[in-house]
Ligand binder design. Structure first.
Ligand code: NAD
Ligand code: LMR
Length: 341
């Protein structure tokens, strides 16, 4: 999953969807001119499973699209702004929609502090997706992911097109970070590490399952590693000193995730698993409807939500701390659409 090797992207074997493209998919990136959007679009231009890379932003998209379109890979690239039905043209016939639109954090902010700005943006884009590409798989990057995924779900319910398999919050960056941090400590090749990270995507809701990593850690190592994985985003926000949050590592993580999704969708590959934040019954008895865990991807998006497996006593404590926060974040997202609060 993590080794991004464009040369490894296989020759496409079979068609997937209603997309006009015969053997590859149309992927739309909304927020494509931003800090994540630009490098993500660049990485996706290398993906042979994409026939049409459809870029949208409220500003600068034509320039980004013109630039990327000169790269000598086969996919077509288009770029739109809101004028002249831009969003409709961007979304129509899309198989996958990726949303990195929205404001990033500055030092001292939590992801929840972004809620009111980004909730409105994600809601508006989800409304358009419901109208113009109701069958597309929606992959959400915009923070706070714990709340923006419920926002998309509630918008889709209002439009009577809700299918929980088709709405996914991208938490791959937590897995990428965890794998890198563990490899730094253990002196292993990071591309061979795959640490499962579950829960949500903010602070204490990020739960790395280090007991399942195949490594042993001292209590001190466990605490330090867990804290670094939970607050890895803050490390970048602090280092960027007011100019934004993780963009390049996020673009890398999202391109890995989208590649996995494409392999499941376009090639029909089985057994592709990515930890992701999705509608989940794992904690429905606690009235928690969304949770990140290992998710098997398939032709409709989510094929199977895997259980957490055996947790250590420490991980059970982390889970207890995460659940109430997650519950609050989910309710806040859903209420924003349902009752307009
Ligand atoms: P950025 O400000 O650099 O880019 C955001 C882009 O969104 C801008 O180009 C902006 O014009 C565009 N935009 C704003 N409103 C829009 C709308 N209505 N329609 C289309 N485009 C719109 O920010 P960034 O650094 O790229 O981060 C984007 C989001 O991703 C933030 O919310 C950030 O917190 C989040 N993020 C999530 C993860 C994750 O792991 N899921 C990781 C990093 C960042
Ligand atoms: C991250 O984990 O890097 C992102 O969610 C951005 C942030 O605000 O930290």
């Amino acid at each position: 999953m993590f080794a991004f090797k464009p040369s490894n992207f296989g020759v496409v074997k079979r068609a997937f969807s209603s997309s006009a493209a015969a053997n590859a998919a149309k992927v739309a990136v909304l927020g494509a001119a931003g800090g994540i959007g630009q490098p993500l679009s660049l990485l996706l231009k290398h993906n042979k499973l994409i026939s049409h890379l459809s870029l949208y932003d409220i500003v600068n998209t034509p320039g980004v699209a013109a630039d990327i379109s000169h790269i000598n890979t086969a996919s077509k690239v288009t770029g739109y702004v809101p004028d002249n039905d831009g969003l409709k043209l961007t979304l129509s016939d899309s198989d996958i929609i990726v949303i990195p639109a929205g404001v990033p954090r500055k030092p001292g902010m939590t992801r929840d502090d972004l809620f009111y700005t980004n909730a409105g943006i994600v809601k508006e884009l989800a409304e358009a997706a419901a109208q113009y590409a109701p069958k597309a798989i929606m992959a959400v990057i915009s923070n706070p992911v714990n709340s923006t995924v419920p926002i998309v779900s509630e918008v889709y319910k209002k439009h009577n097109i809700y299918d929980p398999r088709r709405i996914i919050g991208i938490t791959t960056l937590d897995v990428v970070r965890a794998s890198r941090f563990v490899s730094e400590l253990k002196g292993t090749d990071p591309s061979n590490e795959k640490i499962t990270v579950v829960g949500g995507h903010s602070g204490v809701t990020i739960i790395p399952l280090l007991s399942q990593s195949g490594h042993s850690f001292t209590d001190e190592e466990l605490k330090t590693l867990t804290h670094r994985i939970q607050f890895g985003g803050d490390e970048v926000v602090k280092a960027k000193a007011g100019t934004g949050s993780a963009t390049l590592s996020m673009a890398y993580a999202a391109s890995c995730f989208v590649d996995s999704l494409l392999r499941a969708l376009v090639k029909g590959e089985k057994g592709i698993i990515e930890p992701s934040y999705v509608k989940s019954n794992l904690f429905s008895s606690d009235n928690i409807d969304y949770f990140a865990s290992n998710v098997e991807l398939g032709t409709e998006g989510v094929a199977k939500v895997h259980p957490l497996g055996k947790l250590s006593a420490y991980e059970k404590e982390l889970l207890s701390a995460a659940l109430p926060e997650l519950k609050k974040n989910i309710a806040k997202g859903a209420d924003f659409v349902v009752s307009g609060k």
